[in-house]
Design a protein around this ligand. Structure first.
Ligand SMILES: [Fe+2]
Length: 386
């Protein structure tokens, strides 16, 4: 195998080791259970990444026949919402492992003989292999979110966690003028990151670091959850309907102390970590409390070139922007990755979290979710006009 192909095989292998590393410590029951209506059974995620790999690296690349046609229904994320998946005829933990290992064996045989033809968009620079490896890593992050939602403690004290930030409260001035947003030449970039295009912005200030738990606690202690003036109309309605008083997983521990549940265990709130498990509405309200605002995603991406810290791989950062196509967008290789999500229902998150693989976390990567969601590893940083 040449260097490029070996790199692709290594990327696939790295994702698989990570998936199994997360799930192997769990009992079969915990792999099969529906831990939250927002999440799939963990073993569904595991077999689904194998099915996606079969679809793209066997059926699309090598024109193979379906291994089991029933999987096209069971493991299609668009056919069944997450809370239904525990009731499907899904593969059990041992079967799922055997199945995805069999798929991987065939994939490596195909990779060995395929020509990575630069004239074929799917194969150029190994794009489709990068897509599949990234997909598995993205599910690994989803599985970490499920592990965080699990009622019982994760074995061995849990998995990775965020890193405390330093220097909270400082800002960076980003000068006005044009910059290039998105990319044309990152080989593994998704369709929604393309094409590169010029965006002209006014100057703005942006926080050097994401907002910390300590800063967010000041918002709570100042009565931020009881003050409609800090919230948008939709945000206030949501805060009241859900009786939100603090980020997900926080619990009052007497006086001004809080604990946070991490992988099923209660720990003292780590004050210097970036705040996470806040929804967009909470981020938006905090920003108003701090006499700031959320950055647009264009501001966020421009700021990533200007000495802002903890921009990649710290926490996902909510932006004020709806998820929309860039000018000249062209879906590839399937509409359901990005195009069906464009519109005002979703807000963009940037940066990747501590749970995001470096293979995925890049300055042009765009994530999106509903403004009420809190199970993802999302925090934010604030900005303001000059
Ligand atoms: Fe998926």
């Amino acid at each position: 195998m040449g260097d490029v192909k070996q790199g692709l095989a290594d990327a696939l292998d790295g994702a698989r080791r990570r998936s199994l590393g997360l799930l192997d410590p769990l009992s079969d029951a915990d792999q099969l259970a529906q831990h939250s209506p927002l999440m799939s059974p963990l073993v569904w995620d595991l077999a689904h990444v194998g099915h996606y790999e079969e679809l793209w690296l066997l059926r699309a690349v090598a024109r193979t026949q379906p291994i089991d046609p029933a999987h096209d229904d069971i493991y299609d994320a668009f056919k069944h919402v997450r809370k239904e998946r525990a009731r499907l005829a899904i593969l059990g933990p041992a079967e799922a492992r055997r199945h995805i290992a069999m798929v991987r064996g065939r994939v490596l045989d195909v990779l060995d003989r395929v020509e990575l033809d630069p004239a074929e968009r799917l194969l150029a620079d190994g794009f489709v292999y990068g897509m599949v490896a990234q997909h598995e890593h993205q599910h690994d992050e989803t599985m970490l979110a499920t592990l965080q939602l699990m009622g019982s403690p994760y074995p061995h004290g849990g998995g990775p966690r965020p890193v405390p930030a330093a220097g909270a409260g400082t800002e960076v001035l980003v000068p006005g003028g044009p910059f290039i947003m998105g990319t044309d030449n990152d080989p593994f970039a998704y369709d929604n990151e393309r094409p590169a295009h010029v965006v002209d912005l006014d100057p703005f200030w942006i926080d050097t670091f994401p907002v910390t738990n300590r800063q967010y606690l000041a918002f709570i202690e100042a009565g931020g959850y009881d003050e409609p003036r800090f919230w948008s109309e939709a945000g206030w309605a949501h805060r009241r309907a859900e009786a939100l008083v603090a980020p997900l997983f926080w619990a009052p521990a007497g006086g001004s102390s809080w604990t946070v549940r991490r992988y099923g265990a209660e720990i003292d709130l780590p004050l210097d970590e970036p705040v996470q498990h806040v929804c967009w509405h909470e981020a938006d309200a905090y920003a108003r409390f701090a006499a700031q605002r959320l950055p647009t995603e264009a501001e966020w991406e421009k700021a990533s070139h200007y000495g802002v810290e903890r921009i990649i791989g710290d926490v996902w950062q909510w932006t004020s922007s709806d998820f929309a196509a860039y000018p000249g967008f062209d879906w590839f290789p399937y509409k359901e990755y990005s195009e069906v999500f464009y519109g005002s229902d979703y807000k963009v998150l940037r940066g990747g979290s501590w749970a995001t693989s470096p293979l995925v976390a890049r300055a042009t990567f765009r994530n999106w979710d509903y403004p009420i969601r809190r199970q993802i590893f999302a925090g934010f940083r604030c900005a303001r006009d000059c």
